[in-house]
Design a protein around this ligand. Structure first.
Ligand code: CAA
Length: 248
């Protein structure tokens, strides 16, 4: 048992579900945050996981709003106690070439993917530093590292997440709080299922491992980074991409 409380934003999504399960498997108390408009789906998700033996709490929160995030964290602290582990996993795509992209496509993607990292982390960082323990993991993307045709908004937001990671890692390094990024490649979720099939097949053909990843590949990495023993890894980015983009 870890006796830690973990908050996973985007917790009811494809990657989020696997992450919630992996953290619950090692004994964390897990809270999944979902978009307020998804109440019904989130309750069904919670029931489904209960049938599978997982007791995961759910909480509504618009992570693109600072005010709503503040309200959400207050509610979590009142009902479950403080957050020891934060996984910033909420993310959306609005894929279009820049010539077709409008202001809303840009703002939605930047505020949900990157703005949320500030909004949520800002609410929990003081407590983590005061208590001398914290694990923060930001789910970035291979496309933040290398760019992707049709994703100027998403690539910019995902690259920005890692800049945030490196800066906060320095601020929190002496306080027992680690801050890292994980950069998934193409993982089998509804997000990649939305890519037109022909384009998806071309992308998969270029992955050295020869297939898309599984959400569990990401969850496994999150469990490792958020382990109490992973206290000397901070400011790092761990790519989990089947060899799609190799760097050091
Ligand atoms: N590189 C270079 N040229 C390309 C290209 C590429 N990768 N893809 C398309 N083109 C070319 C086409 O051949 C075409 O050329 P012509 O005009 O000369 O015929 C032109 O670009 C098409 O441009 P359009 O503006 O008309 O593009 P479109 O509307 O047909 O499609 C798109 C654009 C919707 C972005 C589509 O390319 C697409 O869906 N791409 C995949 C984007 C992607 O990988 N998203 C990842 C989502 S999952 C995720 O994000 C998770 C994660 O972290 C990995």
């Amino acid at each position: 048992m870890s006796n830690k409380t973990a908050l996973v934003t985007g917790g009811t999504g494809g990657l989020g579900t696997a992450i919630c399960k992996a953290l619950a498997d090692r004994g964390d108390r897990v809270i999944a945050c979902y978009i307020p408009s998804d109440e019904e789906t989130a309750r069904a998700w919670q029931d489904q996981l209960k049938d599978e033996g997982y007791d995961i709490q759910i909480i509504a929160g618009d992570v693109s709003s600072f005010a709503d995030t503040q309200r959400m964290i207050r509610e979590i602290e009142a009902n479950y106690g403080w957050v020891d582990i934060l996984v910033n996993c909420a993310g959306i795509t609005r894929d279009k070439t820049l010539r077709k992209m409008d202001e809303k496509d840009w703002e939605d993607v930047v505020s949900v993917n990157l703005g949320s990292v500030f909004n949520v982390t800002r609410q929990v960082i003081d407590g983590m530093i005061e208590r001398g323990f914290g694990r923060i993991v930001n789910i970035s993307s291979v496309n933040g590292q290398r760019g992707q045709f049709g994703q100027t908004n998403y690539s910019a937001a995902k690259a920005g997440m890692h800049g945030f990671t490196m800066a906060l890692a320095q601020e929190a390094a002496r306080k027992g709080v680690t801050v890292n990024s994980v950069s998934p490649g193409y993982i089998a979720t509804s997000m990649t299922a939305a890519i037109p099939e022909e384009i998806r097949n071309q992308i998969v053909a270029g992955i050295p491992v020869g297939r898309m990843g599984d959400p569990e590949d990401i969850a496994h990495t999150i469990a490792f980074l958020t382990d109490e023993k992973s206290d000397y890894i901070t400011g790092a980015n761990i790519p989990v991409n089947g060899g799609m983009y190799m760097s050091f």
